[in-house]
Design a protein around this ligand. Structure first.
Ligand code: MG
Length: 499
């Protein structure tokens, strides 16, 4: 028995190998590739993605899927079933979009990205507006191909967060906004209670890198199955369960830029390194969704590495690496790395204000999709929402509505996953603290293995086996809600700002 499954698995392994070869070319493009290779590299990537798409959507794959699925019902092997089911789901999704449409989208997205780069550099939104319209027109057509019952946005969101509905996101975000906006106002009124002066100075690149790597290894990142390099924008990428790499960037005048970006990417990497090897080289062998993935990066970055307990252990290491910190009490440092400040740029936002940046984008995407917001009015709408939610107004569009790459890349419906990740991280963490009552005390002794073991067991090993809402319910015992996150913010920042 299992013969049909084995044949399907060979096929899936080959397709996965082609995809990961493309990923490796992408990684190289971001890290070490000479600039002159840009043209040939984009052709190489185009060829590999064409080969992979043809292999995956071919009649051969369809036949293998059908035979393996029929065989599976008699075998009842949960892991094999997960491999067949996820491949089938991806196959059905891939077949919904006609290949001419996929090619058109790739072409327009790429042109739109070039227009966006130009528009951002000159801070001229009008250069990007026509392309933004094209991308939203394409998104609407994609949603029609993909199908939806309640809301057109469901079809787009489902690509990044399978099973999550727009109506749920709206409810969660409304709850969040009602609670967070007053909290931000209270903090702003008391902003002088915290300074992050100690994080500014001159911090040697090599010293920062060595420290970040040491801490990453202490958290559980396996450098024997990973490595760290430098890129303009930090990311995590995998080519196999035993090859999960991260990148970072350096600012020698600011301590927290590199350190926390490394711990964020380590969170993503721990997830990929923890997936069951049974799923390697199959579509099941990666994170469950963008929201779940972000929950892991945010948990290690914020709940672990911005906690007072972890710094009881790490601070002596920091003071040894960078002796200037010996003059700063741990408590001052702890408050500095948790400073809250409404700002214009999403990627630099603190834990309290971050989700407000996401809500602005979510609300604007909905309005652009249903046509109630005209493209020419985007900057004005953006600025009004920033003033309303964050009390800040961008002085130009480069630091306003042109700051993110997503809309130019056609990634519409993606932003909510960042906020969902924050929420999921705390909901899971609350559950873990119930299962391991001395969890955060363990951090004081540099003990993170119980946390990692819990995540491995309840989240990581499963890869894409479960739908996100099911995995969240299985692991935390509850459906996703904004309550745990709001309670966490109020407790932590209420104490820091003495509210
Ligand atoms: Mg991330």
């Amino acid at each position: 028995m299992g013969q049909q499954f084995d044949l399907l698995k060979v096929r899936l392994n080959e397709i996965s190998d082609v995809n990961h070869a493309a990923s490796l070319l992408n990684w190289d493009q971001e890290t070490y590739m000479p600039n002159g290779a840009a043209q040939s590299r984009s052709e190489q990537l185009g060829t590999l993605s064409k080969i992979s798409h043809e292999m995956f959507t071919s009649p051969t794959t369809a036949k293998l899927l059908k035979l393996a699925a029929a065989e599976e019902t008699t075998m009842k092997n949960a892991k094999k079933a997960a491999i067949v089911n996820i491949a089938k789901r991806d196959y059905d999704e891939a077949k919904k979009l006609p290949s001419e449409f996929v090619a058109e989208m790739a072409r327009v997205n790429s042109q739109a990205t070039h227009a966006w780069i130009d528009a951002r550099r000159q801070s001229k939104f009008e250069l990007f507006a026509p392309w933004l319209k094209k991308n939203f027109d394409l998104a609407r057509r994609a949603a029609d191909y993909l199908g939806y019952t309640e809301h057109i946005y469901d079809a787009l969101l489902d690509q990044y967060e399978p099973g999550m509905k727009t109506s749920e996101v709206t409810t969660i975000f409304t709850d969040l906004r009602d609670q967070i906006v007053p909290l931000v106002h209270a903090i702003v009124a008391n902003k002088d209670r915290i300074t992050d002066d100690c994080l500014h100075g001159q911090f040697d690149k090599q010293v920062q890198e060595d420290l970040a790597k040491k801490v990453a290894a202490q958290l559980g990142y396996d450098f024997n199955r990973g490595r760290m390099d430098y890129t303009a924008h930090p990311f995590c990428i995998h080519f196999a369960i035993d090859d999960v790499r991260i990148t970072t960037r350096i600012d020698e005048t600011m301590f927290n830029t590199m350190f926390f970006s490394v711990m964020h990417e380590v969170g993503h990497a721990l997830y990929e390194q923890g997936i069951s090897h049974d799923y390697d080289r199959t579509p099941t062998g990666t994170g469950c969704s963008l929201g779940l993935h972000e929950s892991q990066s945010r948990m290690w970055e914020n709940l672990v590495c911005r906690s007072r307990e972890s710094w009881v252990y790490f601070y002596p290491q920091l003071c040894e690496a960078l002796p200037v910190f010996k003059d700063t009490p741990l408590e001052t440092f702890y408050k500095a790395i948790n400073k809250v400040e409404p700002s214009l740029i999403r990627v630099e936002a603190d834990e309290v204000t971050y989700n407000l940046h996401i809500m602005v984008r979510f609300e604007m995407e909905m309005a652009m999709l249903d046509g109630s917001l005209k493209m020419n009015d985007v900057p004005e709408a953006w600025n009004a929402k920033y003033k309303d939610y964050l009390g800040v107004v961008p002085e130009n569009d480069a630091v306003g509505c042109l700051q993110d790459i997503h809309w130019s890349n056609g990634l519409i419906g993606y932003f909510p996953t960042y906020a969902l990740g924050n929420l999921i991280s705390v909901q899971l963490f609350d559950r873990i603290k119930k299962d391991i009552p001395d969890l955060t005390d363990q951090f004081k002794y540099g003990e993170f293995s119980a946390l990692l073991a819990w995540l491995r067991k309840h989240i990581h090993q499963h890869g894409r086996r479960y739908l996100p809402p099911d995995l969240i319910k299985r692991a935390s015992g509850k459906n996703l809600s904004a309550k745990p996150y709001v309670a966490y913010l109020k407790a932590k920042f209420g104490a820091i700002y003495q509210l």
